[in-house]
Design a protein around this ligand. Structure first.
Ligand code: MN
Ligand code: FE
Length: 377
């Protein structure tokens, strides 16, 4: 028998939500309560919240409140791919030939090194920091999908290293051995530190702001800014028909990251809407400071990866590119542009089209879908 809300409240004398008043967070965070029980009443869609929700069971996906989260999940699923589907033969031939200059080899190595661990940082931040505090089932559904995609991305870098016969130790240790990479990763890890603490909570304004800062640090800065210079560097080689297998891996990754970025921005703006008091002038100033610092780190990275430039790319172009991208990201979370820099790589926006990132590569989606055919050999 299913009791209607009023009957249930009459019978149990509970509060207006019709639920036993749970220990805060108990329905979704096993570690806080220990006792994890099935709520008695049906959930009301209007009670769903992105964070700090105490009255809705996060185990129940439907009814949906945040349709965007479900749409991002479906779009992510439509983009299934695996690194091993990309032929690496032409890259192996190019890598062994004299077609690449020392500067181009350095550029490739630095980007492999940066991404090889950055993807894992993003994955671990989702699982260990963000997931626990997002109290909405459709967002968690997306986070599960995203975490898998980050695993596929890390896999891609191992696959490239293996295909080209590169020194795995050199590539996967760059995050501790190449200062320009270490600086970006340390910037990100510092943002996660508080959120990782077992006692961390978003119940206070400061706590919720800390989670927002983490979301901005990873979705807007790591995936939305740091990744984009690397995409431009590798896709520039791809345009010259150099290392097209790596280029194709990067196109797949860029397509996934576009959705990660869009989900992150929807989540950030959604939390701002739910709790407008979080978005104080001080906090906005802090976000701008973070972004300025990140742009400086990105410029240092470009100088390290491109000390003397390669055909069509110079480090100073990446200063402008980082500033251009940072402005677009700031605008999407409701802040004004900081730099007013133009786009030095108009061909990148032809590829991505920042204005409608959501639909980018849509025309090619169906051909990837075929990889999901079920076969019993
Ligand atoms: Mn990724
Ligand atoms: Fe990502």
């Amino acid at each position: 028998m299913v009791l209607a809300g009023d009957q249930l409240r009459a019978r149990t004398g509970q509060g207006p939500s019709g639920h036993r008043r749970p220990v805060r967070g108990i329905s979704f965070q096993v570690r806080r309560g220990g006792d994890w029980s099935v709520p008695q009443a049906r959930i009301r869609v209007e009670d769903k919240r992105l964070i700090n929700c105490e009255s809705v069971d996060v185990n129940q996906l439907m009814p949906l409140k945040y349709r965007w989260a479900w749409e991002h999940y479906l779009n992510g699923c439509a983009n299934n791919w695996l690194p091993s589907e990309v032929p690496m033969g032409p890259d192996i031939a190019t890598w062994r030939s004299d077609r690449l200059t020392a500067a181009e080899r350095l550029l490739i190595m630095r980007n492999l090194g940066f991404f090889a661990t950055a993807e894992s940082l993003v994955a671990n931040n989702i699982i260990l920091a963000i997931f626990r505090h997002v109290t909405n089932a459709e967002c968690r559904q997306y986070l599960l999908r995203q975490a898998f995609e980050e695993a596929v991305h890390t896999h891609a870098f191992h696959y490239i290293v293996e295909s080209l016969g590169l020194d795995e130790g050199e590539v996967f240790n760059m995050y501790r051995e190449i200062p320009a990479i270490t600086a970006k990763d340390e910037f990100e890890m510092a943002i996660t530190t508080d959120v990782l603490r077992p006692s961390f909570s978003t119940e206070t304004c400061a706590g919720a702001q800390r989670l927002l800062e983490d979301l901005i640090g990873y979705y807007v800065i790591m995936e939305g800014l740091f990744f984009y210079s690397g995409f431009a560097m590798i896709l520039s080689l791809h345009r010259r028909n150099l290392m097209t297998g790596i280029g194709e891996q990067f196109q797949y990754i860029l397509r996934d990251e576009t959705i990660h970025l869009n989900f992150g921005i929807d989540l950030i703006n959604g939390i701002k809407e739910e709790q407008p008091a979080l978005w104080t002038p001080d906090f906005q100033g802090h976000v701008r400071d973070l972004m300025r610092h990140a742009v400086d780190l990105e410029i240092a990275y470009a100088r390290d990866a491109l000390p003397e430039g390669v055909l069509g790319l110079r480090a100073d172009m990446f200063q402008q590119y980082a500033q251009h991208i940072a402005d677009r990201r700031l605008e999407r979370i409701g802040l004004r542009a900081e730099y007013g820099a133009g786009n030095p790589f108009p061909w990148m926006s032809e590829t991505i089209d920042l204005g409608k990132e959501k639909n980018f590569f849509e025309s090619r989606v169906t051909e990837y879908r075929s990889a999901a055919d079920l076969r019993w050999d």
